[in-house]
Write a protein that binds this ligand. Structure first.
Ligand SMILES: [Zn+2]
Length: 425
C-alpha cells in the first residue's frame, strides 16, 4: 500500500515548510515506505542540503526513487547521486533566474507607477487599483483627519467596526493593523511605493495629499510611539499646565481619586507647587468648550484668522504631538508602567526634538480641526458620554490651546476661578 504526499501551492523554492514532505521523510525513516514516485526531482527537494538529507534517508531505508520526468534516481551509487545533485543544481538555477526576472519586472512596474496586481483590493479603490471608490475614499479622508487630530488607531478601529464600514477583503471586522496599513500606505496619496520606499508618482488618483501622507507617516514611524501603544487615559493630558511654572501637569490615580499635579520628578522640569482634582476641571473645560463651539465668538475669530504658512502648520503639529507625548510618558512612569531607564530613554528623544522645533517656531496653530467642530456643540454634548476618551480629547484639543491652573486661593474645595482656558483662536 502506498500513500500520497501533497504539499499544494508550496513551490519547491518558496522556503516555506512542507508538512507532507516531512511526513514522507519520516515514513521512509521508519520503514513504512520503501520507495518514492515523484513527478520530477525538483518537486522533492528544494536545495542541496535537502537533497543530501534525502539521500541519507533513502540510503538508510534502501528506498528507490522514480520520477516521471527525470526517470529513476539511483541514489545507491556515487554516479547516481552525482546525477541527482546535478539535476538539483540545474533546477535551482532555472528557478533563481526566473524569480530574478520577476523581481526586475515588479520593480520596473513600481517605478512606472503601475498598480500592484496581486494582493487584496486596496481600500478606497476598485479592483483595477486605478479607480476611486467614493464611499470608501470619504472614509479614508475622515480617518486621516481624525488620526492627525490626535485620535488613536485603537479608537479609529473601534469607530470603523461600530459604524459597520465593510473591510476591503470581506473580513468580518477591522483590526488595528489593517487600519494602520490603510492609513499609512503611500497608495492613498497617489504615490507608488516599492519595498516601503516611494519610487514614483502613481498612475491612480490620490485620496489624500502627499503632505498629509508625510504627516501621518511621521506620527506612525515615531520611535517613541512604538513604546506607547496604550491609549491615552486622561482628558487634559498635554493641555493642562501649572500656573506657577508653565510646565505640563500630569495626572495619575492616587488614593482612589485622580488629580493633575505639577511634579518635580516627572522629567518635565515642574516646580511641584500646583495640584488640582481632575473631575471638576475636566467637566468645567468640557462645558466651556461645548458652549463656545455653538457661540459666535469662536467662529468670528476663526474667520478673522489669517492662515499660517504650510511649514508652520507642520511644525506646530509636530510640537503639539511631542508635548502630548512627553506628558504621556511621564504619566506612564508615574503609574509605574515604565521603569526609569525606559522613561529617560523615551523622554530624551522626544525632548531633544521638541526643543529644536520650538526654537524654530514662535507661533502657529492648525485650525482645520477646529473648523470641523464649529456649530456642533449641542450634538457633541448629547453624545459626549458615549464618545471614546480619544474622541473627546480630539474635540477639546481642537479648540483649546492650554488650560492653566492658578494657585489655591484659600484652601478647601475646588475653585473654578483657578482654571483659565486659553483658546486656539
Ligand atoms: Zn509648577
Amino acid at each position: 500500500m502506498g500513500d500520497e504526499y501533497v504539499d499544494n501551492d508550496l513551490s519547491a523554492y518558496s522556503g516555506k515548510p512542507r508538512p507532507e514532505y516531512l511526513r514522507l521523510l519520516e515514513d521512509l525513516r521508519s520503514g513504512r515506505r520503501d520507495g518514492v514516485i515523484a513527478w520530477h526531482t525538483d518537486r522533492l527537494h528544494r536545495n542541496p542540503t535537502e537533497l543530501e538529507s534525502y539521500i541519507a534517508v533513502c540510503e538508510a531505508a534502501g528506498a528507490d526513487t522514480r520520477t516521471v520526468r527525470s526517470g529513476a534516481l539511483d541514489l545507491a551509487t556515487p554516479q547516481g547521486r552525482m546525477v541527482a545533485r546535478l539535476h538539483g543544481a540545474i533546477a535551482r538555477g532555472e528557478s533563481e533566474k526566473q524569480s530574478d526576472r520577476l523581481r526586475r519586472k515588479f520593480q520596473q512596474m513600481a517605478e512606472e507607477g503601475e498598480p500592484k496586481t496581486n494582493g487584496p483590493r486596496p481600500f478606497g479603490y476598485e479592483r483595477d487599483g486605478l479607480t476611486i471608490r467614493e464611499d470608501e475614499a470619504a472614509v479614508v479622508r475622515e480617518l486621516a483627519d481624525r488620526f492627525l487630530a490626535g485620535e488613536s488607531l485603537t479608537g479609529l478601529t473601534r469607530w470603523l467596526n461600530e459604524t459597520g464600514v465593510p473591510t476591503p477583503t470581506g473580513a468580518p471586522r477591522w483590526w488595528g493593523s489593517t487600519v494602520r496599513q490603510c492609513l499609512g500606505s503611500a497608495r492613498i496619496s497617489g504615490q507608488r511605493a516599492y519595498h516601503g520606499q516611494i519610487v514614483a508618482a502613481a498612475k491612480w488618483p490620490a485620496i489624500i495629499t502627499p503632505e498629509t501622507h508625510a504627516r501621518i507617516r511621521r506620527v506612525l514611524d515615531d520611535p517613541a510611539r512604538k513604546r506607547l501603544r496604550t491609549p491615552s487615559r486622561y482628558l487634559l493630558t498635554g493641555l493642562i499646565v501649572c500656573g506657577r511654572c508653565d510646565r505640563p501637569m500630569i495626572s495619575h490615580p492616587k488614593g482612589g481619586r485622580r488629580g493633575y499635579d505639577c511634579r518635580r520628578d516627572s522629567g518635565l522640569g515642574g516646580c511641584g507647587g500646583t495640584s488640582v482634582i481632575a473631575e471638576p476641571v475636566e467637566e468645567l473645560v468640557r462645558d466651556q468648550v461645548l458652549t463656545a463651539l455653538d457661540g459666535p465668538e469662536l467662529e468670528t475669530a476663526l474667520l478673522a484668522q489669517t492662515e499660517p504658512a504650510d511649514d508652520e502648520h507642520r511644525l506646530a503639529a509636530v510640537i503639539e504631538a511631542d508635548r502630548l507625548r512627553m506628558a504621556e510618558i511621564s504619566e506612564l512612569f508615574a503609574d509605574g508602567v515604565m521603569d526609569r531607564d525606559q522613561f529617560s530613554h523615551a523622554t530624551r528623544r522626544v525632548s531633544e526634538r521638541l526643543q529644536a522645533n520650538l526654537d524654530q517656531l514662535t507661533a502657529g496653530t492648525d485650525h482645520r480641526d477646529l473648523a470641523r467642530h464649529i456649530g456642533r456643540g449641542k450634538d457633541l454634548r448629547a453624545g459626549w458620554e458615549a464618545m471614546a476618551l480619544d474622541q473627546q480629547r480630539a474635540v477639546i484639543r481642537a479648540v483649546v490651546a492650554s488650560v492653566r491652573i492658578g494657585p489655591v486661593q484659600h484652601g478647601g474645595r475646588f475653585q473654578p476661578g483657578r482654571v483659565s482656558v486659553h483658546w486656539r483662536v
